[in-house]
Design a protein around this ligand. Structure first.
Ligand code: IVH
Length: 682
């Protein structure tokens, strides 16, 4: 059947598109579309060519392994071409069964013939490298290039610690080992984090970062990217008896000191392949590196030779893919999220897309600078990546014409969670909410920090309890913590995970004890950005009183030893927020007292140690219970009746017989204000 005009034109268009994208991908290391999208176009062209063989031209992208030699590296002609493997795109169990059926058919096996033995491996998502060892010594490392010739990248590969420069117990004249160079996910995230901090371009994924490092002309730069390697096969071999099975080969390579991944299994038949595929699918997110599928290889070398090759692909191996970790989708909007530490992150609202095994509808855009560099705007088609347990991210946009003008996105000036001012440190990348203690997004973090051992030291106030207390609305601000001692507070505590009476009592005692603290601990407990323990001590020593810190001007803050502009600005901004000042005032009201003691190892001396008090009448602000706990926390005792041993009677309105008795015995009578003054450390 003669191809239609439409089919002819479509094939030509697809050839052009694929060539262009392959160039960007392999040569420029700057892909513009997701792999899955490239595969789709590739398969469309394959389908047209299969239906109309006369449209299959020798230079079609389907007829060769793409790639080319980068200028700057010496070309290396591979002694044996570096092949690729066929991909099974059916990501269900059917893909594995289809491969086994094909192998059996090509070997001419009867249906009742025994199961075929396979080696199953991971399909590492990095780049293929040929390592040439002569008499056990690494003499050359080359990229795959177009499969016939690659680039000599020996100096860069020699920086990879995992690759032995000399093999153990191998003196073969020639042994070429093939495998994958890759970047672990944690190394990749660290690399990108560093780039982000420097305000520099980030890498799209570990594979691109690894490819970039390997083909970096300066080995010193390559060294800064900690690459890794897994061996999976052989190239040219002279003077070495190749083992009879693929699994034995991998064991032999491992014995020579080469890294061979441990997640490999020898299995029998289709069922074994399916089980491996499923087992690794469940493991995929937890792996330290990206894989895009698994690889099945007929284990016996004799059978491999019998099966041979179709064009440039072995009939004895197949790659069985998993859902892609990168997909493209529509960017519908950009929200701003406030993190536990107050950092504002632009988050992409996406047309839901299936990526890395789950449906994703939100992805991080990291910060405004990265967003700008990527040039994404609402309405764009963007590339989303989700790998491992890392949160999904937008890694770029697919170039295209915007049909309407879309204004550039700006970070809000006020926090979307609490309306406090948003600030960015000079030269910094991140925008932050200055709401601190007041901001609901930062509440849990703020409470945990406040209660921490080195801060107010409230034992028994852990993650889970804070989650429950905040989620149920019992605690909104730090001062609320001290209301837990009330009857209502105790009841809410008891309701949390059915806390035992004893733990409730312990927590309340810990809270009471925490009220007598030092200025340094208190300043540290407030969780002011950049104010660690040492800075808190410096501030406490310099100013001596909380009010003086709160009212200090920028210049006054800068006079503190070891306080620079960033810290000074941060402290100043913190106390410029009315909410934060209010929190401090409320903490003062619940009875927090701070000594000027520098807060080093031990707590301040108890101001009311060995003093006995008797309470009578109604005090203006303190409930009797509260006054009692304050006195006790400060080391004093509260007795029920006045005697000669009583040191002070604290009298309020409508004080009765106890006041008369005090006067009779000549015991000092004080009011609430005087009590508060006594609570202050001497
Ligand atoms: S075997 C003749 N095993 O996938 C077979 N390849 O198209 C040659 N890859 O670029 C390849 N993991 O770099 C093989 N365990 C594995 C692999 C693997 C990743 C890559 C390889 C090549 C592509 C195959």
């Amino acid at each position: 059947m003669k191809p239609t005009q439409a089919a002819t034109e479509r094939a030509a268009a697809l050839r052009g598109l694929l060539q262009d994208h392959a160039h960007r991908y392999y040569v420029l290391d700057a892909p513009e579309i997701a792999d899955a999208e490239y595969d789709k176009l590739f398969q469309q062209l394959q389908a047209i060519e299969a239906a109309h063989p006369e449209l299959l031209l020798p230079d079609s992208p389907t007829q060769r392994v793409s790639g080319s030699v980068l200028a700057g590296f010496a070309p290396v002609r591979h002694a044996l071409p570096m092949l690729s493997i066929r991909s099974e795109t059916d990501t269900t169990a059917g893909g594995a069964a289809a491969f086994d059926a094909r192998v059996r058919r090509e070997l001419g096996l009867a249906p009742d013939a025994p199961a075929i033995e396979y080696t199953c491996e991971l399909k590492f998502d990095g780049l293929a490298i040929n390592l040439r060892y002569e008499h056990g010594v690494l003499v050359q490392a080359a990229t795959r290039g177009d499969g016939e010739s690659g680039e000599d990248v020996t100096p860069n590969i020699r920086t990879i610690a995992a690759i032995p420069l000399r093999l153990m117990d191998c003196n073969a004249p020639v042994l070429e080992v093939r495998g994958e160079v890759y970047l672990r996910r944690d190394d990749f995230n660290r690399l990108n984090e560093r780039q982000r901090e420097k305000g520099e371009k980030t890498f799209v994924n570990p594979r691109n970062a690894a490819a970039g490092a390997v083909r970096q002309l300066d080995p010193a730069i390559a060294r800064q990217r900690p690459l890794s390697f897994f061996a999976y096969g052989l190239g040219d071999v002279q003077g070495w008896a190749v083992p009879a099975t693929h699994s034995a080969l991998l064991d032999a390579l491992a014995a020579m000191g080469l890294p061979v991944n441990g997640e490999r299994r020898v299995v029998q038949g289709a069922q074994g392949l399916i089980e491996f595929h499923q087992r690794i699918a469940a493991l995929r997110d937890a792996l330290a590196f990206d894989i895009d599928g698994v690889v099945y290889k007929v284990n016996s070398r004799a059978l491999q030779q019998q099966l041979g090759f179709v064009s440039r692909e072995p009939r004895w191996a197949v790659a069985h893919k998993y859902p892609a970790q990168e997909q493209q989708t529509l960017l519908r909007g950009i929200d701003v999220q406030v993190g536990r530490t107050g950092k504002l992150t632009p988050v992409a609202r996406l047309e839901p897309v299936f990526v890395g095994g789950t449906t994703v509808s939100n992805a991080t855009l990291h910060n405004i600078f990265e967003l700008r560099r990527k040039g994404v705007r609402i309405g764009d088609t963007v590339i989303v990546r989700r790998a491992g347990d890392v949160i999904p991210e937008v890694v770029g946009r697919v170039p295209g014409v915007r049909s309407i003008y879309v204004p550039n996105f700006h970070m809000p000036r006020r926090c979307p969670a609490c309306d406090s001012a948003v600030v960015r440190e000079q030269g910094g990348i991140d925008h932050r909410c200055s709401g601190g203690l007041f901001c609901p997004a930062q509440r849990k973090q703020a409470i945990l920090h406040f209660a921490g051992r080195r801060a107010m030291d409230v034992e028994g106030l852990g993650d889970k309890l804070v989650d429950q207390l905040v989620d149920s609305g019992v605690i909104r601000t730090l001062p609320d913590l001290y209301k837990l001692a009330s009857d209502k507070g105790r009841a809410s505590l008891a309701a949390c995970d059915r806390m035992a009476d004893k733990s409730v009592a312990k927590l309340i005692a810990a809270l009471e004890n925490s009220k007598a603290t030092t200025l340094a601990r208190f300043l540290y407990a407030l969780g002011i950005r950049h104010v660690g323990e040492t800075t808190a001590k410096d501030l406490a020593r310099h100013f001596g009183a909380i009010d003086r810190v709160m009212d200090a001007s920028l210049l006054q803050l800068l006079e503190v030893s070891d306080v620079g502009p960033v810290v000074a600005q941060s402290v100043h901004t913190f106390f410029a927020q009315p909410h934060n000042r209010e929190v401090v005032e409320q903490l003062r009201t619940v009875g927090i007292v701070w000594s000027e003691h520098d807060g080093s190892a031990d707590r301040s001396p108890k101001p009311l140690a060995s003093q006995t008090f008797v309470l009578t009448g109604a005090l203006p602000t303190l409930a009797r219970e509260d006054a009692k706990t304050l006195i006790e926390a400060a080391g004093g005792k509260v007795a029920g009746s006045v005697s000669k041993k009583t040191h002070f009677v604290v009298a309020g309105e409508e004080a009765g017989s106890k006041l008369d008795k005090a006067r009779q015995l000549g015991v000092a009578v004080i009011d609430e204000a005087a009590l508060r003054a006594m609570l202050q450390p001497k």
